[in-house]
Design a protein around this ligand. Sequence first.
Ligand code: DAH
Length: 334
Amino acid sequence: MTLEELSQKAHALWRSWEEVSANLASPEDLESVRIKFLGRRGMLTQLFSALKELPASDRAEAGKILNVLKERIESALAEKRALIAAQARLAKLARERYDFSLPGKWRPLGKLHPLTQVRLEIEEIFLRLGFDVASGPEIETEYYNFEALNIGADHPARDEWDSFYLGEGTLLRTHTSPVQIRVMRTRRPPVRIICPGRCFRRDNPDATHSPVFHQVELLWVERGLTFAHLKWVIGEFVRAFFGPGYEMRFSADFFPFTEPSAQVHIRKKGTEKWLEIMGAGMVHPRVLEEVGYDPEEVTGFAFGLGIERMAMLRYGIEDIRIFWQNDVRFLQQF
Ligand code: DAH
């Protein structure tokens, strides 16, 4: 073989590489072509073996040609390999592509009932002010529901709480005030609690009455408490719950378990109408005595508010019965 012939063979080999490599599509193709050209018995390897047939003076030149050829094929192979890998990646992505225009799966989300939301909100306000949340039974005795609260057996106030009696001396509690007694009987002052809970009265359902409703009771007993403290606590509550745009007004009222007793109204500043939000007062000395507290030593105040009423005022709801109808169109709004 002459240098000339070897050089032609090298060109032919490059052309045949170009032809073959144009159609490479897979890593397997690539490997078989690599073996065919660069393998131990490959075409280029054979050309290298042919070097020794050349005259010694031509071998260096011929070797250079073959080395250049080898480098070119190797780098072309590497490029091809990268190209095929990139194409494979693209094909995989195309196969796995998500169709974002498909409608998703709708999972309806449940929510807390508006009354629960309002209760939690009220609890949070008083927790921030340092009150504990207490609870008591819904089935009460006449003693806790009435007597211990200074509502005697023949007291006219018992008419006001027309009750569901369950049997001798027991009834569904008509208010959360009995929890005041239960808490005071088990703790020494200072006592600072609120008690949210369900209450029951023999009322005919109408827009403002429901035989089942909710109250939050508040009680603070400690040395040196005055009506001013009561006003402060209620003021804090009104500001936190209704917002800063309200003013409040206290007027005289009567409850057997408080003295003096008051009714609290609020009004949006700049409007006419006063809205009643709660009954309140200084805990009656007889109630303190009943639980073994000394009214000369400690004083206290209490209030009771209706959760439904708070929710109705907050959201402008005019009929209390809607809270119990479980109409999703109503409930969804909260
Ligand atoms: N228990 C009263 C009711 O159901 C509300 C009430 C008024 C509670 C004055 C109080 C209070 O603690 O001080 O109508």
